[in-house]
Design a protein around this ligand. Structure first.
Ligand SMILES: NC(=O)c1ccc[n+]([C@@H]2O[C@H](COP(=O)([O-])OP(=O)(O)OC[C@H]3O[C@@H](n4cnc5c(N)ncnc54)[C@H](O)[C@@H]3O)[C@@H](O)[C@H]2O)c1
Length: 256
């Protein structure tokens, strides 16, 4: 086990959905903790800017423009980590799309497909390619970004709740399957995090933020970095005997 004060020294890390919000914060947190990071998302300009910020702060970063729902794009991202940083030690499958509060019977197939493709197939693709690289490298750690909507039926669309439950199912199944081969697989379940999309939504629905705070023992909206910190710890050797867990990062929302 590493005794370095940085948690991810010498690790090669892949972070999906790294162009904004939790993923962009994770790029900085993982690099601060000593990881070399490969950042994947669809928006090149924003992704390049995050990678440049990481480098300016003294970190090592590459980026890959791609869609997590595409197996070949994910393969390219993993290959980049292997070629640029000598392997893949940790991965944070963070990319996801949110959902409107559309009632189930009014949710169109396109909306269902988009939610499932990014939030479930994206994690599936990630696990598939990341595990292959980690098996070749002798082990690793993956964290999948679910949501409290993966644990309980929060007031968002049923398709989103189903998708985030599926992320937890994939996490548990993969943890059981690969534990003996040195690969730990965990999930985080954020309640709310103050990423741009969420702040924008709160600015249009201030009553929703107040309502959420009333249902949360820690009554505030956390910075996206606070979510990224939990993912970094689970990816690190400090969580060396932790696998298959779903860690709520929700200020206590799910204890009530
Ligand atoms: N912010 C919250 O309140 C909150 C709460 C619970 C769970 N989460 C989860 O955290 C994760 C990050 O959310 P966020 O709030 O930072 O949102 P965000 O919209 O700022 O970030 C999502 C990232 O994923 C990328 N992305 C979306 N679809 C993609 C695709 N098909 N291929 C590649 N990249 C894609 C986006 O470009 C962006 O970089 C998501 O999985 C979300 O469900 C967020």
């Amino acid at each position: 086990m590493s005794t370095n004060s940085q948690m991810l020294t010498g690790k090669s890390a892949l972070i999906t959905g790294a162009s904004s919000g939790v993923g962009a914060c994770a790029a900085h947190v993982f690099a601060r903790e000593g990881a070399s990071v490969v950042l994947m998302a669809r928006r090149e300009e924003r992704l390049a800017a995050v990678a440049e910020d990481v480098r300016r702060a003294g970190g090592r970063a590459e980026y890959v423009v791609g869609d997590v729902a595409s197996s070949s794009d994910m393969a390219r991202a993993v290959k980049t980590a292997v070629e640029c940083f000598g392997g893949l030690d940790v991965a944070f499958n963070n990319a996801g799309v949110g959902a409107h509060q559309t009632p189930l019977h009014l949710t169109g197939e396109d909306e269902y497909d988009e939610i499932m493709d990014t939030n479930v197939r994206g994690v599936w693709n990630g696990l598939s390619h990341q595990v292959r690289a980690m098996l070749r490298g002798g082990g690793g750690a993956v964290v999948n970004n679910s949501s409290v909507a993966g644990l309980v039926a929060t007031p968002v669309s049923a398709a989103f709740i189903a998708a985030k439950h599926a992320v937890i199912g994939l996490t548990r199944a993969a943890a059981a399957e690969y534990g003996a081969q040195g690969i730990r697989i965990n999930a985080i379940a954020p309640g709310i995090a103050g990423s741009e999309v969420v702040q924008e939504w709160f600015s249009r629905h201030p009553e929703a933020e107040k309502l959420l705070h009333r249902s949360t023992p820690q009554p505030r909206t956390p910075e996206p970095q606070e979510v990224a910190e939990a993912a970094a710890w689970l990816c690190s050797d400090r969580a060396s005997f932790v696998t298959g867990v779903v860690l709520p990062v929700d200020g206590g929302f799910t204890v009530l």
